[in-house]
Write a protein that binds this ligand. Structure first.
Ligand code: UD1
Ligand code: MG
Length: 475
């Protein structure tokens, strides 16, 4: 006896006209993933033997994105025959001939469906021994969706598309969510019989229902109370609403796991982000991509982190960072701009109005004020004086700067790369460092100060400065 197999078919061939976009609908981003990425994640969580994605509109772009997110997925091209029924028919043709078992059908534009709900639907389907089970919901305003027609006993009769429905049928509030489980063999047989004789001249997947019933098969629609699970995205209003709801759920999940979120309404967290216990997220914070935050950290307000790794107990205030690693107990901001390749060691500091890029900054080292640190390595326990610039670009090429351990760079230095300040060195304020500095040395190249007596009176007569000098001279 062969084990029951499971395939998930994801429909992603439609155009998405109402998005009014040059980007295919299923590739519109939401919470760090394209819409179809959320559906691929849900599919993967079911541990299916096979995932099949059906594509047509902008085929190359959609297929490439799916392949990138789910390399195992099988891409199937839908031909010119329109309709969800045709899409599934072609997906079934791509399954191995000996595939026996269940086929789950999902839409690429229904991003909030979750794996536990789908698992319940599959269990209900197999438990009751049906040939078709679908997810439905009660919608106060069901406009545009297929309606579930039931008889006087409440038994499932058929699905009718709005465009084909009678007045009476349009008043039905139980709608088809477009999420189904089918027996593969039965579905394959009935799809071959379905025509395009309907208001949209399409081959409807929903027409499989009456034919399965006609051959004595069992069908039911299982209603979910959470209508967001089947919310489709057809235009940008619905995209915004679905994104808002997913964010609300993500923030709530963080809160319940022990994270304080000061202002959920202005906090945007991608589904892919993790935050440790007892961390605090202040208002206006965006956490995106593969960002991970340790425990007891404080992030925000008004901070955006993209693909960053923030250590336990670190603080990032009013700053923007991409692909940066911040050590435990370190402090960033306010108003810091951390570009890719920034790594700040534990207990280190990147302070106000500092920009960094490809910069490895050691444990306990500080860049406290008004600096640019690019293409540099700074050892542990060093301090970079206020207003220091790492001049990494000679107009043609970028060069690296190395600053050792325990170094004290004076205020307003320019370090002209390539250059090395060895361990235990000082530089004087205003130094332009063009040559390597040996350990133990103080580097300075600012001209000794000369005071030219009477210069102001001679060169700036009649100014307030000259008046002040004159008054001071009288005393
Ligand atoms: C479909 C259902 C409707 C249900 C609704 C739920 C049918 C006939 N109707 O309607 O009962 O209430 O979903 O959202 O199935 N697609 C293809 N190839 C096609 C056509 C569509 O792959 O030829 C894909 C689309 O990209 C989309 C999904 O199938 O991901 C659903 O198609 P869509 O046109 O949005 O179906 P609805 O008219 O919304
Ligand atoms: Mg349609």
């Amino acid at each position: 006896m062969t084990q029951t197999q499971l395939a998930v078919v994801i429909l992603a061939a439609g155009q998405g006209t109402r998005m009014k976009s040059s980007l295919p609908k299923v590739l519109h981003p939401m919470a760090g993933l394209p819409l179809v990425g959320h559906v691929l994640d849900t599919a993967a969580a079911m541990n299916p033997d096979l995932v099949v994605a059906v594509v047509r509109h902008e085929r190359e772009r959609v297929a490439a994105a799916i392949q990138d997110l789910a390399p195992q997925a099988l891409i199937v091209d839908q031909d010119e025959l329109p309709g969800t029924g045709r899409a599934v028919e072609q997906a079934l043709e791509a399954l191995p001939a000996d595939f026996r078992g269940n086929v789950i059908v999902l839409s690429g534009d229904v991003p909030l469906l979750d794996a536990p709900t789908l698992r319940e639907l599959l269990d209900s389907h197999t438990g009751a021994g049906r040939q078709m089970t679908l997810l439905s919901a009660i919608f106060e305003n069901p406009t545009g969706l297929g309606r579930i027609v039931r008889d006087e006993t409440g038994a499932f009769v058929r699905i009718v598309e709005e465009k084909d429905a009678s007045e009476e049928e349009r008043r039905i509030t139980e709608v088809n969510g477009g999420v189904y489980v089918f027996d593969r063999v039965v579905l394959g047989e009935v799809l071959a019989e379905i025509d395009t004789n309907n208001a949209q001249a399409e081959k409807y997947l929903t027409d499989a229902a009456v034919r399965i019933l006609a051959r004595g098969g069992a069908i039911d629609a299982v209603a979910t109370r959470d209508h967001w699970l089947i919310a489709g995205v057809n235009d940008r209003v619905q995209l915004g609403e679905a994104a808002h709801e997913l964010n609300r759920r993500t923030v709530r999940r963080l809160q319940l796991s022990g994270v304080t979120v000061q202002d959920p309404a202005t906090t945007w967290v991608d589904a892919t982000v993790s935050v440790g216990q007892d961390s605090v997220i202040y208002a206006g914070t965006h956490l995106r991509g593969a960002t991970t935050i340790g425990s007891g950290a404080e992030i925000g307000p008004d901070t955006t982190l993209v693909d960053c790794e923030i250590g336990d107990g670190a603080q990032v205030r009013r700053s923007e960072a991409t692909l940066a690693v911040i050590g435990a107990g370190a402090s960033v901001g306010p108003f810091a701009y951390l570009r890719p390749g920034t790594q700040l060691g534990g207990q280190g500091k990147i302070g106000a109005f500092v920009e960094t890029k490809n910069a490895l900054i050691g444990e306990g080292s500080k860049v406290p004020h008004l600096s640019y640190v690019g293409d540099a390595e700074i050892g542990d326990d060093s301090n970079i004086g206020a207003g220091t610039i790492f001049a990494n670009y000679d107009g043609v090429n970028k060069h690296r700067t190395t600053v050792g351990r325990g170094v004290r760079v004076g205020s307003k230095n320019v370090l002209i790369a390539p250059v090395t300040l060895n361990d235990g060195t000082y530089t004087a304020a205003g130094t332009v460092v063009r040559k390597d500095v040996p350990s133990g040395a103080l580097a300075l190249n600012v001209a000794p100060q000369r005071n030219i007596e009477g210069w102001v009176g001679q060169n700036r007569p009649g100014t307030s400065t000259a008046a002040a000098a004159e008054q001071s001279g009288e005393q």
